[in-house]
Design a protein around this ligand. Structure first.
Ligand code: GP9
Ligand code: MN
Length: 426
């Protein structure tokens, strides 16, 4: 009801973090290229297998000496909706559902999404590109509610047998074929490219495996190293092509992992790979999926701020000079002095620079030793309660479809009937 909306907004209002004046509007009307790394975990950054780097290109970006800010403590907050939860969170600054995928279950809801805001405020054209068919995760329905103009699905790509691996188009081919589409987008554009090859069960054609298997004896973990390398090469190739086509310099580029690739079932082999036992606390450390952010006018550096996918929307809003205040969102701008460093996981666990909360038990984040200090336990308990409230609020938003009651002066309601995703003719 409208009362539930009031309750929700009196909560989200308390989370508003003012923009940092230094960066507000610095990326106004710049193209935004968003690259979704399937199943990428930053544990691969800097990791060597048999003396060889798994992800040499991303490692280079992660030094901070390239053009990107590397957020080294950036986590996913996805649940059962996996990729679709990551997309929901990135573009709406809310959490996925406790059970199932909001893309499938809440596709008739009203949203006030980042792509729609960018379109309405600064005339961005918006698109998604992906080498799978448009009905997967119900994307062709929910994207209409997000106000996404164009959806280049598999029908826009050459899906010949030799171009496929696992769920769909191979990443290198996908990026190559996406360049002409990007070039045709009306500027400024907000384009979201979703990769696919680094997906369970992590298979790669032997002729395209450019790093030797770590031979842990676990096919999932072994394969992951090789598909992560393939993904790394695909991103490098795409960056080179963006530069060649004049799309690199003046664009905001963000690269992020969507969710873990390696589940608890593979803790033993993962431990062998990283040379460390994967305890439950260590498993939480492995939920870092990373954010690399290039903003014209901001020099590359490493930023250890704790953050998650929910924080991206307010960050992009402020970079483009749109105040996040009128929007009902949960994240806080990464560049704001008031950014909140509590990372909320979908199951109610959380992590801060100081504390891990896992299954009701608190740990020192650095040492992973159980907390004994009364003061810290009291502090952790307090945070745990706000985390529970936060998830409850996000659930109420989705389950009550609360944004339908919100007459936001700063947002023109989306009519899904205005959107239709044609098939490509490749
Ligand atoms: C499918 C792809 C994978 O199109 O995005 O989704 P996931 O299985 O990772 O949720
Ligand atoms: Mn995924």
């Amino acid at each position: 009801s409208a009362d539930d909306l009031t309750r929700l907004q009196s909560y989200t209002k308390t989370k508003y973090a003012e923009p940092n004046k230094k960066y507000f509007g610095i990326a106004k009307e710049k193209n935004i290229i968003k690259i979704h790394l399937e199943s990428f975990q930053t544990e691969m950054i800097g990791l060597k297998v048999n003396g060889k780097e798994v992800t040499p290109y991303l490692n280079q970006l992660a030094t901070g000496n390239d053009d990107f800010i590397y957020y080294s403590n950036f986590f996913h907050s996805t649940g059962q909706g996996k990729t679709s939860d990551a997309e929901l969170t990135m573009d709406n600054s809310m959490y996925g559902l406790q059970q199932g995928s909001a893309f499938s279950l809440k596709s008739d809801n009203t949203f006030q999404s980042l792509p729609a805001i960018l379109h309405q405020k600064q005339n961005y054209s918006t698109s998604v590109m992906h080498g799978d068919y448009k009905t997967f995760w119900n994307r062709d329905q929910i994207y209409k509610r997000f106000g996404i103009d164009k959806f280049y699905d598999a029908t826009y790509y050459d899906m010949s047998e030799e171009n496929l691996e696992n769920l769909g188009l191979k990443d290198k081919e996908f990026f190559k074929e996406s360049i002409p589409y990007l070039k045709k987008e009306t500027k400024p554009f907000y384009s979201h490219l979703l990769t696919l090859t680094n997906h369970y069960p992590f298979t790669v054609d032997p002729s395209e495996a450019t790093i030797a298997s770590p031979n842990t004896g676990d096919a999932t973990v072994d394969g992951y190293v090789q598909t992560a390398r393939y993904l790394d090469e695909a991103v490098r190739q795409f960056m080179t092509d963006l530069k060649k086509n004049g799309l690199y310099d003046d664009s905001v580029i963000m690269i992020y992992g969507d969710h873990y690739g390696i589940s608890e079932n593979h803790n033993k082999a993962m431990g062998q790979l990283i040379g460390e036992t994967v305890t439950p606390a260590k498993f939480m450390d492995l939920q870092r999926t990373g954010l690399f952010l290039k903003v014209p006018g901001i020099k590359g550096h490493v930023d250890p701020t704790y953050a998650s996918q929910v924080d991206v929307m307010p960050t992009i809003l402020h970079l483009t000079g749109i105040d996040a205040k009128p929007y009902t969102i949960f994240g806080t701008d990464l560049l704001s002095k008031k950014h909140r460093q509590v990372v909320v996981f979908r199951n109610g666990d959380f992590i801060t620079p100081e504390i891990k909360s896992l299954n009701g038990v608190f740990y020192d984040n650095k040492t992973n030793a159980q907390l004994t200090d009364e003061k810290l336990i009291a502090k952790a308990t307090k945070i745990k309660n706000t985390v529970a409230t936060e998830l409850e609020m996000s659930d109420s938003l989705l389950n009550g479809d609360l944004l339908r009651f919100y007459n936001n002066k700063e947002f023109k309601k989306i009519n899904p009937a205005d959107y239709e995703y044609q098939n490509g003719t490749v």
